[in-house]
Design a protein around this ligand. Structure first.
Ligand code: SF4
Length: 178
């Protein structure tokens, strides 16, 4: 196990005092830099910054960051969820560490696609079948990992196959943590 103990803190970010959103931070007693290329290979949609020993990731609208001695999540709905998510992230790191012999580490530095780039690959019919008012709103939620490509039924149609493939290249369904 890579992370055996840590100090956990749940708080309201000082930049947003009194807000209804919460952040959680685990201060680690071990350097997890070595695992970041493995997370970069498996957490599709992650942005890896080797020079800063940092990897950021968005899941369900939450902002997640892995640093050498710290893992943090922010923009979470409540304290319990923030704590639970952080424990899930610790498990994710430990699981990835256990499986590292099966994973090819990846040091590629990727950029997140822009909302406009994603929107251009959607059907752009604003049909609302995904439950969103517009395709652009859907694009924003895809980027925030609050929606998956399969939530747009039109993308399953043969005429959108090329766009769907392009979206699959740049958009990534976030894996479950917990
Ligand atoms: S279901 Fe697809 S095409 Fe329809 S509004 Fe949602 S994203 Fe746009």
């Amino acid at each position: 196990m890579l992370i055996e103990k840590y100090d956990l803190e749940v708080f309201t970010p000082p930049c947003n005092p009194g807000s209804e959103r919460y952040a959680a931070r685990a201060r680690l007693f071990v350097d997890i830099s070595e695992i970041l290329p493995y997370l970069n290979a498996t957490l599709r949609g992650a942005v890896y910054l080797p020079s800063a020993n940092a990897l950021t990731w968005k899941k369900g609208g939450h902002n997640i960051a892995f640093h050498s001695y710290e893992i943090a999540t922010s923009n979470v709905e409540d304290r319990d969820s923030a704590e639970k998510e952080l424990k899930g992230l610790i498990n994710l790191v430990n699981d990835t560490w256990e499986r590292r012999s099966e994973i090819t580490p990846d040091i590629t530095i990727r950029q997140r696609p822009t909302s406009m780039a994603v929107y251009k690959l959607l059907p752009q019919t604003n049909c609302k079948q995904c439950g969103e008012p517009t395709c652009y709103t859907f694009a924003l939620k895809l980027i925030a990992a609050q929606r998956n490509l399969t939530d747009c039924p039109l993308l399953a149609e043969p005429k959108y196959e090329e766009k769907r493939s392009a979206l699959e290249e740049i958009m990534i369904d976030a894996p479950a943590i917990g």
